[in-house]
Every structure is written in C-alpha cells, then in structure tokens.
Design a protein around this ligand. Structure first.
Ligand code: KG4
Ligand code: ZN
Length: 405
C-alpha cells in the first residue's frame, strides 16, 4: 500500500484481491478508482450478493447466497473512535470508512470462501444516513461494480432493517405491522406484503435509540449507552419513577422522546440547576431510573404497534433495528402480543444493529422482483426519499420544523 500526500491532495493505492483500488481525495471529495481484471460474475452458481453498509458509524460488508443464506457478515465498528465524544462525529466516521472499506470487503469475501468472480450482484445502502458516509459506500460499490462488470442495486437502510426480520424468520404472516427502532429511526409501517408499505407514523423528535444513549450519559454510563441502560435496568424497579409516556393516546401512530429525555435529565440533576451528576447517584437509584426510563420509552412502542396490528387486521408484528435487541422490550412485546394472539417476530441478535447482511439480502430480494432497480444510476440521499413504494408518507418532524421557522 502506498500513500502520497501533496498539500490537500491525498492518493492511496492498494493492491488487493479486489484489483487495484485507488482512492483520490481533495478538499473533502473522494473518488474510488477500481481497476480490475475481473469483468463478469459467474452465472452457473447460486447468486451471491455482496452487501455494503456505510450509512453511519459501522463499515460493514457481507456475502449472502440467494436471498437469506448468510456466508459472511463483517462489521468494522467505530465504537473506539466516537466513544470519547459521546456520539458519532460524521467527519471522523467518513475518514474511518475510507480507511477500512476495502479491507472489510476483502475479509467478507475471504470468510465466505469466495472471490469477486463469484459475486453476481452488489447491493449498497443509498440512504437514509450521514451523507458523507453514504457517499463512500455508494462510490466504492459503484466503482467495484464498474470494474468487475457486476450488477449493482442501491437499497434503503430502513427497509433493510425490516428485511433483517425476514432473513431471520422462515415464515412471517402478512399483512404485518413493522416497527423500526434504532439510533436514528422510530417508525411504524403497515406491510401488506414484504415490499409493499403504508406509512403509519414515526417520532416527531428524537429516535428511541438516541434517547437511550442520552439517558445513559446522564446516568454516567459510557458510549454506546443503550445496551448498558438495559443491563443496569435489570437491577432496578420499572415502577419506581413515573416518567411520562409521550403521545400514548390512541389518536395516531406517532411517537415522541424529547420530553422523556428531559424528564430523566430533571430527575437526575434536579430542577433549577445542577444538583448532581449521574455518576454520583447511588447505584440502586440509578438502576431504578434506568428501569423506569425503559418502561416509559417502550410502553408506547408496544401499545401503538399492537393497536395498529388490531385496527388494521395485521397477521403479525415485526420489530427490528438496534433497540430490538433489548430483552426487556422483547419481553414486553411477547407478553402483550400473546394476550392478543398476535405473533411478534424479531431479527437474530447479530442482525438487529447495522450490518451488511440485511443489505445484501434485501438487494437480492428486490433485484429478483424489480429488475429495473438493478442500475448504477442512483445517488446517495441523507433523508427518507429512497424508501420504495411507500404510501401515505408524511414527515412527522415537518410540523415541528415549520414551528421553528
Ligand atoms: O440499528 P442501529 O445499529 O443504527 C441505526 O440505524 O441507528 O441502532 C443503534 C442504536 C443505538 O442507539 C444503540 O444504543 C441501540 O441501537 N441499541 C440498544 C441495544 N442495542 C443497541 N438499545 C437498547 N438496548 C439494547 N440492547
Ligand atoms: Zn440502522
């Protein structure tokens, strides 16, 4: 690997099994030039899809056979990089994606025991997410597809989360309601079938995963806080403190987490000033705060998802995204859903948080049904524009943005 820096210009050439990937950067713009001897994928073997995910702070590559058999799923976490800032720093995330993407793809191919010759399709996330981060995955994927002569498809990250449940469960009965709960999203859909969506609602402010991470910081827990709040909450009493259940009424399917975050802030710090810091609160009380926060955060998710399932005569509910890994949330869903006779499906643990296996699987699924989508003629989008065939979408944050103007 050679590195050459001239003023603000940086060129990085790496000779690898992917061919020769040359990364050119100037003033924040990056271009991948991939020159390879490979021109075609194999057509005689079951189709293999190479998935690429760079929408936020995980660089991930995976190889999936057909639509669901995972041969490899490599996630290069940036946890160490962002920990000291207490959140994702977009500029740093982009730089790290650039440094590791080539190696991550190679490792995914190696672990699957295949080469680029075996790959019939490249599937890459085009949005939503951090635009700089998305552009790196999209530019890398397109360059690789071009140099190999391989087909490429751009897919939506949120739809990939929904697909992660399909990959993990043989038979999900449709219509189903689909809840996506992650660090960036809290959204509820009706899926007439997989691939056919009606928007039901979403958060009007913060995502539930983000709220959990902020509550962790308030309690003096390190980044990434959601799973640590879960662990602490196991020792606490969820009824100890009555935090508000925002937007719990049955009038719509929207959610809100900003108020709950503030309620926890006031509870920890006290009204009118900095009474104390989270790490000075006694352990037993911190556990009660964590457990009570989770109860308040999860109750609206469970209630609204199951109300939607009942009202819209759905046959099942699907819950996915990073927060769906939480055992307390799963237990709350299981308890409430079994009373109503609605089966609830979750992804396998390793498919809950961001990963490229769900991206590869979804790409293969869509390519088989919507061949027009197999094209390199797509762009990266930070917002929700890239969600396919979505009826009735209205931006739940739009009203708030309007008020702020
Ligand atoms: O799906 P994901 O990897 O990224 C986004 O698309 O945003 O979700 C990451 C989020 C973080 O907020 C993280 O704290 C949360 O999922 N998370 C959890 C758990 N595992 C991950 N939250 C609560 N309990 C968990 N066990
Ligand atoms: Zn995600």
């Amino acid at each position: 690997m050679s590195r050459q820096i001239e003023g603000s210009f940086l060129a990085l050439t790496c000779k690898s099994r992917l061919g020769i990937c040359r990364l050119l950067g100037q003033d924040g713009w990056w271009l991948f030039l991939c020159v390879s001897e490979h021109t075609e994928g194999s057509v005689d073997r079951p189709m293999l899809t190479l998935g690429i995910e760079t929408s936020c702070d995980e660089t991930s590559a995976a190889v999936v056979e057909g639509e669901r058999r995972i041969l490899s799923n490599i996630v290069a976490s940036q946890f160490d990089l962002h920990r000291k800032y207490g959140g994702v720093v977009p500029e740093l995330a982009c730089r790290r994606h650039i440094e590791v993407i080539s190696q991550t793809v190679e490792t995914a191919l190696d672990e699957a025991g295949v080469t680029t010759d075996d790959v019939g399709l490249i599937s890459v996330v085009k949005g939503p997410g951090l635009i700089g981060a998305l552009l790196i995955g999209v530019a890398f994927g397109k360059s690789l597809a071009r140099s190999l002569g391989t087909r490429i498809i751009g897919v939506n990250h949120v739809e990939a989360h929904l697909y992660s449940a399909v990959m993990s469960n043989e038979r999900i009965p449709f219509p189903a309601v689909g809840l996506v709960v992650s660090g960036g999203h809290t959204m509820l859909f009706l899926m007439e079938d997989f691939g056919k969506y009606r928007w039901l609602g979403g958060t009007v402010d913060d995502a539930v995963g983000e709220a959990g991470d902020k509550v962790a910081t308030l309690l003096g827990l390190p980044y990434l806080g959601g799973p640590l709040v879960e662990k602490l909450a196991l020792k606490g009493n969820p009824r100890a403190i009555t935090f508000p259940r925002a937007m719990i009424r049955r009038t719509n399917y929207d959610f809100s987490y900003a108020g709950l975050k503030t309620a926890v802030l006031y509870h920890v710090k006290g009204y009118g000033g900095s009474r104390r810091d989270g790490d000075t609160v006694a352990d037993a009380e911190r556990a009660d705060i964590a457990a009570s926060y989770q109860a308040a955060a999860f109750e609206p998710l469970v209630k609204k998802t199951l109300w939607a399932a009942e009202e819209l005569a759905a046959q099942s509910a699907v819950v996915c995204g990073g927060v769906s890994r939480n055992r307390t949330l799963r237990e709350m869903f299981a308890a409430a859903a079994s009373k109503r006779g609605i089966p609830v499906f979750f992804p396998a643990d390793e498919l809950c948080t961001d990963n490229a296996a769900m991206v590869a699987g979804l790409g293969a699924w869509r390519a088989a049904r919507f061949p027009d989508e197999v094209t390199s003629d797509f762009d990266a989008f930070p917002n929700f524009e890239t969600f396919p065939s979505l009826e009735g979408f209205r931006d739940p944050r739009a009203k708030r943005k309007e008020k702020q103007r």
